[in-house]
Design a protein around this ligand. Sequence first.
Ligand code: BGC
Length: 778
Amino acid sequence: MKNYIKADEWKIIEEGFDPHLHKISESIFSLGNGRMGQRANFEEAYSGETLQGNYVAGVYYPDKTRVGWWKNGYPQYFAKVLNAANWVGIDVLLDGEQLDLAKCKVDGFYRELNMREGHLKRNFTATTASGKQVQVEAIRFCSMADDEAGAISYTLTPLNFSGEITLTPYIDGDVKNQDANYDEKFWDEVSKGTWADGGYVQMRTKKTGFEVATGMKVSVQINGQPVSINADAETKEKFISLTYSTQVQQGQSITLIKYAANLSSQNYAADQLVPNLQSTLNRVAAKGFDTMLAEQAAAWAQKWEHNDIVIEGDVAAQQAIRFNIFQLNQTYTGEDDRLNIGPKGFTGEKYGGSTYWDTEAYCVPFYLATADQQVTRNLLLYRYKQLGKAIENAQLLGFKNGAALYPMVTMDGTECHNEWEITFEEIHRNGAIAFAIFNYVRYTADEAYLADYGLEVLIAIARFWAQRVNWSEARQQYVMLGVTGPNEYENNINNNWYTSTMATWCMQYALDAAEKVRTAEPAKYQALIAKINFEEAKEIAQFSDIIEKMYFPYDEQLGVFLQQDGYLDKEQILVKDLPASERPINQKWSWDRILRSCFIKQADVLQGIYFFEDRYDIDTIRRNFDFYEPRTVHESSLSPCVHAILAAKLGDEKRAYEFYLRTSRLDLDDYNNDTEDGCHITSMAGTWMSVVEGFGGMRVKDGKLSFNPFLPEKWTSFSFNVGFRGTLIKLTVAKDGHSVKHLSGPDMNFSIGGQDVHLKAGSVIKIVKVKIPAPPPF
Ligand code: BGC
């Protein structure tokens, strides 16, 4: 754990330069706008340790799989979002001596991520080996208003000399992925060129053939006044630069403004990339840096209006929650249904930028409440469009008749994961995809989605489950063998309660949705069942039979759902009795030891209880929570949030807060020693869930929002904005009572603390007593 980020409500601040923390900061200070993003690499040369990262959403490369022992059914490729052309680079020479912070004495280093306005700023004074001292201020951003563009303002002031300053802005397409399986470079050059004040490189990915044109347009100022300096252009393989050299007097400042743009063949014909790139660069340069920066602040102000969470009385918590919300918005804006949310977003290479069940299980609730419904709809459409691939994927594994198995990890719908216990067995992901459809329809009431897209996915998923179970003569019940639940510290288990619960729920939801569509949209229903050869009578009977006769492991004595058959045969040790020196077990123990132990990586039975809490009475939830939580090591960042929400539901406010703390500053404080790989973007949505669904107790019940809030002891108050069916409200939870303020849209009915409330447009309602009596204490 580190503690070097300064507390501030709206900013992430690093003071002083410690090269050992640099890769962590490169992740934390990352920028993005949904269309592209980058790690916080320095503009000037840096010969110290760094992970260079510029990413263009949706542009990936299928890297040939590397496994020790090939198994039939393994995918050939792992698709990764690529490290793309570096557009931030500006080489700096001071009388011919290179500015490189790894080789200078650095003073007054200050790095700031301004989350309110969406930009990154860096100031420092550097003294080179020869004693030249300069002051630098750099500001940059990925524009939300022009999402193919970004801009940098780089100002340098010689402090103790007058001399020749050389600034060389460049575009470098000769980049690699650190995680390349065969150390290959993934890009070929298509073309490049320079103009008097700019240039570009157009690159093509090997195999996938994506083309990306990355360009720059540059201007120079002395003491804030534009100057005209002739630049020397240089081109070499996959690289272009312009070099500006001029005499600068001691105390004068020279500023280089670099406008940059990234255009991808996903959106333009390849031969139109460069003309469009030029016009984008001209357009943003005509606006100017300050206007772009102001537009950036305005775009972020709009986002914050929809999704800010204000915490009073705890600056570290305030900073953390805003950081989580900021990163989620930088990663996915929901305008393009071909894009999704990689577990590390644009902050690193780990997990390949690919899509996991994290999107449906964790991110969907965040986007539903904080963005237009179109955003979540696009996430659902992404999977809808990949249904054909999911059916092929299931066929490869021997399933038939339109059964779909969505991949565990994917870019374009093809499975990329290649560890048998996950690829073939961690099939619960199919359930999360169905659940997201349910969640979307429950939240938005957009039932037309079912008729147009959702039902087709649901039936294909239900068909998969119907074929994946088998009838056990011995039990006279259906069973599901050989699976891995969300708890990846158990593989090839039989009758994982969570997976079987998801499976039967999916079949039931498919049946309910079919009935709804059949009644509401008979023509669409008939067209769909003809398209997918849905044999109504036979398949409905089959699903119903499985739902009725499915086996779920349960222990009568403990009164808990059993994670899987045989779970109680394990030696029952509690996490509190594990020596600290042996944790995390995934780094300290051999794999077989982990598998034999009772330790649980992340919520498994409890994930199911979280999804379907209305099915269970409070005592059942408590018994399961009390049994499983003490056995859970939370070695996935996705785990604590589910526990925070359930602890809150059980009235255990203290523990709910403790679980929340485990994720909220996970990256800012580098809790798990892995932030340098990138930030845990998808678990950030879980942190948001802990506040809104945990402390706020927000649920959707009978087509209305309901709240059951409490105030964590350490806080003076907290408030959050949520949108629901066109109305935006702010809930404030404070020591002396709570209030709900209408912000925009029509009147709204909701319930809080069990009381029904009608909120008129433009009004505020104060509630003094809100808490439903807490369930009996632990
Ligand atoms: C978790 C998975 C998750 C993946 C990506 C793994 O450690 O166990 O549930 O999908 O990380 O976040």
